[in-house]
Structure formats: structure tokens, C-alpha cells
Write a protein that binds this ligand. Structure first.
Ligand code: DX5
Ligand code: ZN
Length: 216
């Protein structure tokens, strides 16, 4: 399977959102990655439902929403109504993670578990069969444009082994500081989905930057 590329709209120019969405539609990217931050789970506030709705109206590719919010259970229906297909909640934000994942799936979405850099992948041993994908944060969540944390490579490798040993089909998504210099190694360790914000939207040629990531 070729790498799934999910540009993070956090780094898009919101002053010309329709054009940015069109550009991703025309690109070789596979998904729209939407970073939802509440100023509590993470220090930053990003954007909410009206912006997601505006993206959804023009997006011709699946939306992958990454909830960096406390008590995400309150909003799962809303994300389903907006047409989100992949929804991840943080391991650190869910007291009843199993229930949250079952609810996401019952709403017709693929369910993901996101892990902060300090959370060991081994903590997923009992929940792994219930997750369609795992999002490994390779920066501390909250901001785009941060530097990639190298230990992520070890986490991806360990998680891939856990998935293969149990013959699961869980996908591995890596999010934060992803660029053309670390993408090949991430692919080699077993990453299935690369999220990239700054490295694609700040590139002189965004379409080319996406194509290059797609080909690692
Ligand atoms: C960080 C977000 C990421 C981020 C990726 O909290 O979850 O999706 O925006 O952006 P870059 O690629 O710029 O690190
Ligand atoms: Zn994200």
C-alpha cells in the first residue's frame, strides 16, 4: 500500500480557505487532516465547526479529524454529522477509551487513538484490536511547525511489531514535524499515514512537496 498523505489544514491560509481546499483536492494528497484544539488539553485554540463545515463543503477527499480536546465524547456525533470519516481521540483525554472508540465506530467513522510523545505504545496492548488506526504524535500537540521528536521512530517500530504479532490491520499515522528528510525512515519503520502541515504549506510548491512525500 502506498503512503497515505494527510496535509494538516492548521498550516493553511485561512484567508483563502476555498483555494487551499481546492489545491489539496488537485494534489496527490489522500486526506484532509483537521486539528481541533480547545485551549485546555493543549495550550492553543485552533478552529471549530464553522471552519470544518466550510472545508467539508469543498473537500473531495476524506476528512481526518484529530481531537486535542478534553472530554471528546461530547462532540462525536457532531463530527459524524459534518462528514468526518476518520476521527482520533487522545489516549490521555479519555477515561473510558474503549467506550469512546465503540461510539465513533457506531457513528460510522473509523476510530483512532492518538498518543502524546510521553505515552508508551505498550499502553495500547488491550485496546489495539478496537482501534482502526493509531496516531503517534511526533511533537507535543498544540502547534504546527515544531521539530520532529526522533524517539517517534522507535515507537513506530514497536507498534508495528505489536500489530503484526497479532495479525491486526491497525494503521499507523505519524503527526508533527514530518518532512521529506524523515518521511523515508518513518515509512521504513511501518508508518501508513503521514500528516504534514508546515513542510507542505510553507513549501515554495505545495503540490510538489505533497508528491515527494507520496513517493517516499
Ligand atoms: C500538532 C498537530 C499537527 C500539526 C502538524 O498539534 O496535531 O497535526 O499541525 O503540523 P506540522 O507538520 O507543521 O508539525
Ligand atoms: Zn494533528
Amino acid at each position: 500500500m502506498s503512503m497515505i498523505i494527510a496535509p494538516s489544514m492548521l498550516s493553511a491560509d485561512f484567508g483563502r480557505l476555498d483555494q487551499q481546499v481546492d489545491m489539496i483536492n488537485r494534489s496527490e494528497a489522500d486526506w484532509f487532516h483537521l486539528d481541533i484544539m480547545d485551549g485546555l488539553f493543549v495550550p492553543n485554540i485552533s478552529y471549530g465547526f464553522p471552519v470544518i463545515d466550510a472545508i467539508a463543503k469543498n473537500a473531495k477527499k476524506p476528512m481526518d479529524a484529530h481531537l486535542m480536546i478534553v472530554d471528546p465524547d461530547r462532540y462525536l456525533e457532531k463530527f459524524a454529522e459534518l462528514g468526518v470519516e476518520y476521527l482520533s481521540v487522545h489516549y490521555e483525554a479519555c477515561t473510558h477509551l474503549h467506550r469512546s472508540l465503540q461510539k465513533i465506530k457506531a457513528l460510522g467513522m473509523k476510530a483512532g487513538v492518538a498518543l502524546n510523545p510521553h505515552t508508551p505504545v505498550e499502553n495500547l496492548v488491550d485496546i489495539l484490536p478496537d482501534a482502526d488506526f493509531v496516531l503517534i504524535m511526533s511533537v507535543n500537540p498544540g502547534y504546527g511547525g515544531q521539530n520532529f521528536i526522533e524517539n517517534t521512530l522507535v515507537k513506530v517500530e514497536k507498534l508495528k511489531r505489536m500489530i503484526q504479532e497479532r495479525s491486526l490491520e491497525t494503521l499507523i499515522e505519524v503527526d508533527g514535524g514530518v518532512n521529506i528528510s524523515n518521511a523515508a525512515l518513518l515509512a521504513q519503520k511501518g508508518t501508513d499515514i503521514l500528516v504534514a502541515g508546515n513542510s507542505v504549506f510553507s513549501a515554495a510548491d505545495t503540490l510538489k512537496a505533497i508528491s515527494e512525500l507520496k513517493r517516499v
